[in-house]
Structure formats: structure tokens, C-alpha cells
Design a protein around this ligand. Structure first.
Ligand code: BG6
Length: 494
């Protein structure tokens, strides 16, 4: 199916933190790919902003290098780099002082004042407030301006509110785009299609037919160079408060009346508000923390977390598993088991919806066990959907039952590569479509649920359980689900 990609209106995008890892690894390659697909009008400008004193030429050279790295294996795209770089320039600005701001403001004003301006704050949240203040002082925040903020949006409810308040003194809520890149993943958006463009699932999508849901986001990487950030964060803040709760919301929300931004976001908010509290009274039973020790990953030996961090004594969790419950009519009594961790055996993100067992079996003993149906939504890699069904094993020898998947791989079905999440999200900001971004109350509702878990952990004398790198986390995580007579889904063993 050929599909015409709509061009967006010309825009200026200033990327604060323009020399940083996210800009180089994700944002600029995403803009480049949209440029190659002709979605970005040639008069648009991309302005890298950071403290380093660089010329436009020096910045362009480092962007070119980053693009070459990001495009490894796509040599056919390299020829577009020079044209893209013509859209790119650089301004050195000190967010906490006045240096560079006048020059930056002059550049921003040097074009049609009506065009959309996007300020992407890909910096530490400590300087969001300073940047916003300068944007206001130079009158750059008016009209068609939008600001994008990246996680971490705070490290608890109070600090999230402080950031939201501060950014809110300069920008209207409708101008603030809080990004959670999981919402830009094709497969996560596909959840909307799967749930609401098919009549088949919705009648079964409730406690009467679903036994439990599992959400796993497993990574093989360790904390790499991000130790100083990560050690103040941990898996609960880094992955669960945002990405995993967003996935849970997409699974659990009621059908929105339309795809209008506020209708979807209101339904997600209701889910967050319905989560049953986990606090000091039940955290030991409902949550498990782990920290990786030395082990094996990617075929080689890897050091433990403390070694990666370069110091002893940290109690930061690199793995978390928990049992959540959505207290409402649809989901009453249906546990949502969530787990995420670094240095696990496989990079895989998936949602597994486990249906209830059949009420009565007509099959003779010896026919094999009738397994409950499972719907596995594979978010990455090998994106696709598998519906596990019972079937008769072919041939004579009596009726033997076996579990087989209806298997849809998106790569095979559509024959196109999945674009990176940022490609969609960055253009949504330019278009002014906030559906896939988090409004203030959603971020704060997520922290309101997370804070008591953090407090319970802090007040506990227990340290995170150790787990060897390259394993599925501490055995306590297996016990968490097995206590309920269930097991973590393992594609290889089904
Ligand atoms: C980020 C986290 O938000 O998401 C990282 O800070 C994590 O720790 C990353 O590695 C995972 O994203 P993805 O798209 O690779 O699953």
C-alpha cells in the first residue's frame, strides 16, 4: 500500500542539549528520516543549542557523524545528509546566565514570526526553569511556540509539581509536550487499533474473561555511562513510573469516545487514579527489587552494577517486579504483573494478556492439558501479535491437544520497517497534536501512585536482591507470581 506522507508547515526547532546523547542518537536522526521522506519543508530550521562554543560548521560536522552512525546499514540515505545539514545551525547559550541569549533570540526572530517554534529541552531538568525564564524574557514563548520536556519529570510528586509549575509560568498547558517515547512506538499505538478497530476482543476484555496481564520490558544493557543519573533514579522511576504505567493504561483504559487528545488522555488518567495503593503495609508482598551482580551477557562476562557505578553501597534497584491492581468494575481482581530490568537475558518488551481457563473440559484424560488462551503483544523487537490457541495435533493416535500460536509478524505483514518513536512524536509536536504526550495531571497521578512504594522501600532495612547479569532477575520475582499459581510468560517454553 503506498501512502502519501503529509508535509508539515515550516517550523523552527531549537534543541537545547543539542550536543547531548539524546539529540545525537535519537532526535537528529529522527528529523533526518522525516526530511528524507519529504515531510519537513526545506525552509524549516533546526537549531542545536548548548554551552560549548562551536561554529555552525563544527556542529554540522558532529551531526553528520552522528547521522552516519545512526544510519549504519542504510548507505542509500547518506547522500541526503548535506541537504539536511543546510537546515541545521548552532547557537552557544548558557542556560543559567545571559551569555548567548540575545544572539539566539535574534536568530529565532529572523524568520516569519508566525511560524511554529518548538523548544525541545533535552537537558537536565535542573535547568528547565532557567531556559523557560530566558525564553520569556526574550519574548520567544508567544503564540505558536511549543515546549517539549523529556523525562525525568521530577523524582517524586513534589519535584514533578515544581517542574510543572515552573514551566507553566511561561507556557500554557496546551503548549507543553511531555514526551514518553514509548507512546510513539508503532506497536504501542497499534494497541489502539487492536483494541478499538476489532470487534472481537472488546467483549472479552474484562475480569470475566481475563485472568491476569503481564507487562515485561527487559533490557540486556547495563547502566553503561549513565551511572550518575541512574543511581538517583533506579528502575521504578526510570521505566515503571512512565513507560510501563503508560502501557498499562493503554491496555486497561475504557474505550475513548474518539481519538481527540483529551478523550484518550482522560481515559488513561482514570486508570492511574484507579490503581490500588502499594505502601509500607503491602510493598514487601507486592514488589520485588533487584540489583545486577557480575554475570554473563551477550556471550561475554560483564561486571555488576556497583562495579559499573564505580562505588559500593548503592541500594538502587536495576530490576523491579510488582503486582498492580486496577480497582474498577472492568478489572476487579485481575492482577497486572509488571517487571523491568537491566542486564536480563533478552531485549524484549511485551504485553501478555492471559485469558481464563475453559469452564469445563470434554476431552479425555491423556488428550493433553487445555491451556488458557494467551494474547501476546510483542512491542520490540520482532514486533507482532501472537494469539495462542488450542488445536488438535494432526494424525492418528487419538485426539491430542496442543497449544499453537496464530502468529502475525508486523515485518512480514506490512513489509516496512518500524519507524523510530521520535519520528512520529517530533512531527506531532510541530502539528500541534498532543494525543501521545502526557498532560500534567497524568504525570502527577503516576507519581502519586509511585511515591508510597518509594517511601516503603526507603523505610525498609531490606536491600535489593542480587541477581546475576544475564538472568531473569531475582528468584523473588518468580515467587511473586508463582505464589498466585501463575508463571511469567516465556515464549521459548510455550
Ligand atoms: C529510557 C530509559 O527512558 O528508556 C532507559 O531512561 C532505557 O534506561 C530506555 O534504556 C529504553 O527505551 P527503548 O526504546 O530502548 O526500549
Amino acid at each position: 500500500m503506498t501512502h502519501h506522507l503529509p508535509t508539515v508547515a515550516p517550523f523552527d526547532m531549537a534543541i537545547f542539549g543539542g550536543t547531548g546523547d539524546l539529540a545525537m542518537r535519537k532526535l537528529l536522526p529522527a528529523l533526518f528520516r522525516r526530511f528524507v521522506d519529504d515531510q519537513i519543508p526545506p525552509t524549516s530550521r533546526i537549531i542545536g543549542v548548548a554551552r560549548a562554543e562551536l561554529t555552525d560548521g563544527e556542529y554540522r560536522a558532529s551531526v553528520a557523524e552522528a547521522l552516519q552512525r545512526a544510519l549504519a546499514g542504510h548507505a542509500e540515505l547518506l547522500e541526503h545528509i548535506p541537504a539536511f545539514l543546510e537546515r541545521v545551525c548552532y547557537r552557544a547559550v548558557d542556560a543559567t546566565a545571559t551569555a548567548g541569549w540575545q544572539d539566539f533570540a535574534t536568530l529565532m526572530r529572523s524568520d516569519d514570526p508566525e511560524r511554529v517554534r518548538v523548544f525541545y529541552l533535552s537537558t537536565s531538568p535542573d535547568i528547565f526553569v532557567d531556559i523557560c525564564r530566558h525564553l520569556r524574557e526574550h519574548n520567544l514563548h508567544r503564540g505558536n511556540s511549543r515546549v517539549v520536556i523529556e523525562k525525568p519529570i521530577g523524582h517524586d510528586l513534589e519535584s514533578a509539581r515544581a517542574i510543572n509549575d515552573a514551566v507553566g509560568t511561561v507556557f500554557e498547558e496546551s503548549q507543553i509536550y511531555r514526551i514518553d517515547h514509548y507512546l510513539g512506538k508503532e506497536t504501542v499505538q497499534n494497541l489502539l487499533a487492536l483494541r478499538f478497530a476489532n470487534a472481537l476482543l472488546e467483549p472479552l476484555w474484562n475480569a470475566a474473561h481475563i485472568d491476569h496481564v503481564q507487562i515485561t520490558v527487559a533490557e540486556t544493557v547495563g547502566v553503561e555511562q549513565r551511572g550518575p543519573y541512574y543511581d538517583h533514579s533506579g528502575a521504578l522511576r526510570d521505566m515503571l513510573q512512565n513507560h510501563m504505567l503508560q502501557l498499562l493504561c493503554m491496555v486497561a483504559m475504557e474505550p475513548p469516545a474518539s481519538l481527540a487528545p483529551d478523550t484518550v488522555r482522560d481515559e488513561k488518567l482514570k486508570v492511574l487514579r484507579s490503581l490500588k495503593p502499594i505502601d509500607a503495609g503491602n510493598a514487601a508482598r507486592l514488589t520485588v527489587r533487584g540489583q545486577y551482580r557480575a554475570g554473563a551477557s551477550g556471550g561475554g562476562a560483564v561486571p555488576g552494577y556497583l562495579n559499573d557505578l564505580g562505588r559500593d553501597g548503592s541500594r538502587t534497584e536495576t530490576f523491579v517486579a510488582l503486582k498492580a491492581e486496577v480497582g474498577n468494575w472492568r478489572w476487579s481482581g485481575v492482577p497486572f504483573y509488571l517487571r523491568t530490568g537491566k542486564r536480563l537475558p533478552q531485549r524484549v518488551s511485551e504485553i501478555v494478556v492471559n485469558f481464563r481457563a475453559i469452564p469445563y473440559s470434554i476431552f479425555a484424560e491423556g488428550s493433553g492439558t487445555v491451556q488458557p488462551n494467551k494474547l501476546v503483544l510483542r512491542l520490540q523487537p520482532d514486533e507482532g501479535v501472537k494469539l495462542w490457541l488450542m488445536a488438535k495435533y494432526p494424525g492418528p493416535g487419538g485426539l491430542r491437544l496442543t497449544c499453537v500460536p496464530l502468529d502475525m509478524s508486523f515485518a512480514d505483514a506490512f513489509g516496512v520497517a518500524q519507524p523510530d518513536a521520535y519520528e512520529r512524536l517530533l512531527l506531532d509536536v510541530v502539528r500541534g497534536n498532543p494525543t501521545l504526550f502526557m498532560p500534567r495531571d497524568e504525570v502527577e497521578a503516576a507519581w502519586r501512585w509511585i511515591d508510597p512504594i518509594l517511601a516503603a522501600w526507603q523505610s525498609s532495612s531490606d536491600a535489593p536482591h542480587g541477581y546475576a547479569a544475564g538472568t531473569w532477575g531475582p528468584s523473588a520475582s518468580v515467587a511473586l507470581i508463582e505464589r498466585d499459581g501463575r508463571t511469567w510468560h516465556d515464549d521459548d517454553n510455550d
